[in-house]
Design a protein around this ligand. Structure first.
Ligand SMILES: Cc1cc2nc3c(=O)[nH]c(=O)nc-3n(C[C@H](O)[C@H](O)[C@H](O)COP(=O)(O)OP(=O)(O)OC[C@H]3O[C@@H](n4cnc5c(N)ncnc54)[C@H](O)[C@@H]3O)c2cc1C
Length: 285
């Protein structure tokens, strides 16, 4: 069981409105709201929630949830422990440890500022680092699973910690065990990311390619790539911030086609539409 001293420090609020904790800026009160300031507090919070048999929810940055105006008649556990630090280094890579409550975009900024490649195209995705593994966040040709080595989790049934390897997490396109077969079983409390000291810019997405073509840059630096992604994203929708109003972001998934399906679509477009439509299909392939 979690140490009692840590547990005594746990602050539990009653009937706390969730509205400020979501990017929609919508949502009624949580019956109990537990900000967890350490892994031990997560374990204690889980044990506390288990005793009362109330519904339990883990709230990260609230950028992928919609809370009813009626609120949530259960316990909300919200990781608030931050921290990013290098754990291992060799000639080619640096392994970072990141606490779940860290803001994902601060992890990207840390990596870019320290010359580490692998997550720069994931700039300005809202939310916490822990939640980034739940749907295996992705954008502009990169996804979290490209760099995740392992995840430390608290098992909700036992309040014990475990380490899951990347393959245990079964990452796929916007999926992992955390939003499929082990949904509601684990709280991600820490991630291990392996980033490269030397990388190759991934500029395959049309928006990113066009951005650098316009500027005549073929080998952008890490910080130029981060800046490009931020600028492209912010043109589409603003990055959610405290001082701004609600923001739903984007909820769509890209279409995934098998080779045969792609060929069939290609033939249909070739038969029925002008050549520029075929060029657009080939561009997004
Ligand atoms: C403007 C905008 C742009 C976006 N752009 C992208 C994008 O480009 N690519 C992309 O992939 N997504 C995007 N998203 C979606 C969102 O940013 C991601 O899904 C993000 O990872 C959610 O993180 P969060 O901390 O806000 O999670 P929350 O919304 O708080 O929670 C999401 C889910 O994860 C669970 N969860 C949260 N933390 C943990 C934890 N520590 N352990 C276990 N479960 C947990 C919650 O219970 C919930 O089921 C965007 C959203 C917005 C609003």
């Amino acid at each position: 069981m979690p140490p009692r001293s840590e547990g005594r420090d746990l602050v539990v609020s009653r009937n706390l409105p969730l509205k400020p904790y979501t990017t929609f800026k919508i949502g009624g009160p949580a019956r109990f709201f537990i900000p967890a300031a350490s892994i031990d507090q997560v374990r204690f919070g889980v044990a506390f929630a288990g005793k009362q048999k109330l519904p339990f929810f883990i709230l990260g940055g609230g950028s992928n949830i919609l809370v009813s105006d009626r609120g949530f008649a259960g316990k909300v556990l919200h990781p608030v422990f931050h921290g990013i630090w290098p754990a291992l280094e060799n000639a080619r890579t640096v392994t970072l440890e990141v606490n779940a409550g860290e803001t994902w975009d601060d992890v990207v900024r840390y990596a870019v500022e320290n010359g580490l490649w692998g997550i720069e195209n994931l700039s300005h995705i809202p939310g916490q680092a822990g939640a980034a593994l739940v749907q295996n966040i992705g954008a502009y040709g990169q996804q979290a699973s490209d760099v995740v080595q392992s995840a430390e989790v608290v098992e909700i049934a036992t309040a014990e910690t475990r380490v899951l390897s990347a393959s245990d997490c079964e990452f796929g396109y916007r999926r992992s065990i955390f939003n499929t077969n082990a949904r509601g079983h684990f709280i991600i409390v820490r991630l291990t990311l392996r980033l490269a000291k030397h990388g190759r810019p991934q500029l395959d997405y049309p928006d990113v390619r066009a951005y650098f073509q316009e500027r005549g840059t073929s080998q952008p630096s890490l910080s130029e790539i981060r800046q490009a992604i931020i600028s492209i994203r912010d043109r589409k929708f603003p990055f959610p911030r405290e001082e701004r109003g609600g923001n739903a972001g984007s909820f769509f998934k890209n279409l995934l086609l098998l080779d045969a399906e792609y060929q069939a679509l290609h033939e249909k477009i070739q038969r029925n539409f002008p050549p520029r439509e075929l060029a657009r299909l080939e561009e997004v392939r």
